[in-house]
Write a protein that binds this ligand. Structure first.
Ligand code: ZN
Length: 237
């Protein structure tokens, strides 16, 4: 079922999927894909009313996605351009070396040094992306281990993914999935993302219990969350 309504000058259109569940959730996947997972038996009016109440959040999400897509093509991968890692900027230095088979990025003395066969945009991007993914794997595993003492549940696996619109997720069998771009965030924000997903091993929702567990571990989580909301869109290659 598809429903739509007007919010200011914007038309918000969404797909409704019914499932056996208690709460309604909204997923904004792309500018044109909004999905509402509703409990079976909910009426059209009830769904519209709940979704309308979340309009501000939906509009913000749509804005973030558009911004992310725009920024994706905004990097040039040239000498001196800056790239962010754990909240700090590092400038790029490209070393062209014909003998290089696999492009490689390293962080040396405060600079991202990328060795490549030629200055091809895609190769430099790939080298940097691989570097970020390796770092994300290492750093996130370290942070999960750090916060493990707060939990009885152990993550089954930590997976680093290419996710466009999410920072992380947790599966029913406690696999923790993280977007490698998390590693661009300053460490308090990275910790928020990590602890948030770990709390989902206890509560598979965003209930009051979930947030109070998170607050017990990170008392100032609200400001970290807010920071991510305001700055997270900049994290891309
Ligand atoms: Zn969550």
């Amino acid at each position: 079922m598809r429903l739509a309504y007007d919010y200011g000058t914007q038309k918000i259109e969404f797909e409704v999927i019914f499932r056996k569940r208690k709460t309604l959730s909204i997923e904004v996947e792309a500018p044109s894909i909004i999905r509402v997972i509703a409990p079976e038996g909910k009426t059209e009016e009830e769904i519209l009313e709940t979704v309308k109440g979340k309009s501000k959040w939906i509009v913000q999400k749509l804005f973030e996605i558009r911004e992310m897509e725009y920024r994706k093509y905004n990097k040039e991968f040239v000498n001196g351009e800056s790239f962010i890692y754990m909240g700090r900027n590092y400038s790029l230095q490209i070393v062209v070396d014909k003998s290089v088979k696999t492009p490689e990025a390293k962080l040396i003395r405060g600079k991202f040094v990328v060795s490549v066969e030629n200055k091809d945009f895609g190769r430099i991007q790939l080298a940097l992306e691989n570097w970020y993914k390796d770092k994300a794997k290492e750093k996130i595993a370290e942070r999960v281990a750090y916060y493990q003492s707060y939990f009885d549940q152990n993550p089954k696996r930590i997976v680093i993914k290419d996710q466009q619109k999410r920072w992380g997720s947790c599966t029913k069998d406690h696999q923790l999935l993280f977007n490698w771009k998390c590693i661009m965030a300053p460490s308090p924000v990275l910790d928020y993302i990590v602890v948030h997903e770990m709390c989902h091993m206890v509560y598979m929702n965003h209930s009051t219990e979930f947030w109070s567990l998170l607050k017990r571990i990170l008392t100032d989580y609200e400001s970290r969350k807010e920071w991510l909301r305001n700055n997270g869109i900049k994290y891309d290659l």
